[in-house]
Design a protein around this ligand. Sequence first.
Ligand code: ADP
Ligand code: MG
Length: 390
Amino acid sequence: MNTPTRADAHPDNLISRFEATFGAAPDGVWAAPGRVNLIGEHTDYNEGFVLPFAIDKRATTAVRLRDDSTVRLLSTSGDDGIVEANAASLIPGRAPGWAKYPLGVVWALQQRGVEVPGFDLLLDSDVPLGAGLSSSHAIECAVVTALNELTGAGLSAQEMVLLTQHAENAFVGAPTGIMDQSASLRGTSGHAVFLDCRDQSVQLVPFEAQESGLVLLVIDTKVSHSHADGGYASRRASCELGAEVLGVRALRDVAVADLQNASEVLDPTTFRRVRHIVTENGRVLRTVETLRSQGPAHIGDLLDASHASMRDDFEISCPELDLAVDTARIHGAIGARMTGGGFGGSAIALTPVEHEQDVRDAVVRAFAEAGFTRPEIFTVTPSAGAERIQ
Ligand code: ADP
Ligand code: MG
């Protein structure tokens, strides 16, 4: 059997690929986007604010329910071939490779009492892997949207957000929050998703960079990161320690005016971690206000300040991200910052259209001169959230 490759697996012929692979037509095709976070980093697990949006790159899944409990999974990228599992005997932490994402969704649905039969699934995704654009959540969100409909589970978008979070935390084993799924499941075209991670409420905020003569460039540094690694865990631990010493439920409850006192009772490192979260929450709120009142051309300084805070106070940047951000700014970006969990992944640069090519060329040149891997640079626009497309 031929494994379809990305190049010939355009969404238009995903259905015929599915038929050729699994011998029958899919019940439907569902897509869910990756996301980029405009601002608000590491604020999610501190019950604070984030402002991601769904991007125009997505995971597309053709799915057909089966009469037995066999699950067969095939991706158009990679050479794993078909992965088989039994929906009736899933064990957290045991699923191999990318299968853990769809199987985690199945397991989490079962935990909610939803009966999930076996199914065949063909995945095709153009969300770059490991670039901090949440290719893994795009898969989970496409699969939960498909299975929610096919099983008649009837979950709301918000329930699917929490369900995929449970899948990530308890089945995949990654201690992630709700930002990525909220953007993928609740995003809409032309808007960023302003999410309050405490009450989980969402407000859609207009973000039409193009109308202001701007593009949002993503600079994928190609440096790999892992959310499960020690850096992420230690930042979370510092935030929890800070909240405990300051006597608050979460750092969301610390105001800028409290920082003076915080500097006196916290050790210097914990204080800087706390200061990043407190100031970052303020920057998210100001970005939302600014987008609503003045538009994207006025948020550059907030993006720059966010990067400085992550670099100096939270210490989650790296030389590649700093070089991308600094070079983009020098060559015309009005604001730039690393995005995602840090320690690699991508930077974003809000750039006037007339400087786009300059920024692209300069960043590639600077990376070559520094001896870094050539970065991948592309634009993203706020796009539709998860949906059935066939
Ligand atoms: P991110 O979500 O930031 O892109 P992760 O490390 O969380 O990075 O997720 C990347 C993982 O998602 C890959 O290692 C792979 O298991 C899975 N994945 C993403 N896209 C695909 C795809 N098209 N086919 C198969 N697996 C994929
Ligand atoms: Mg991921």
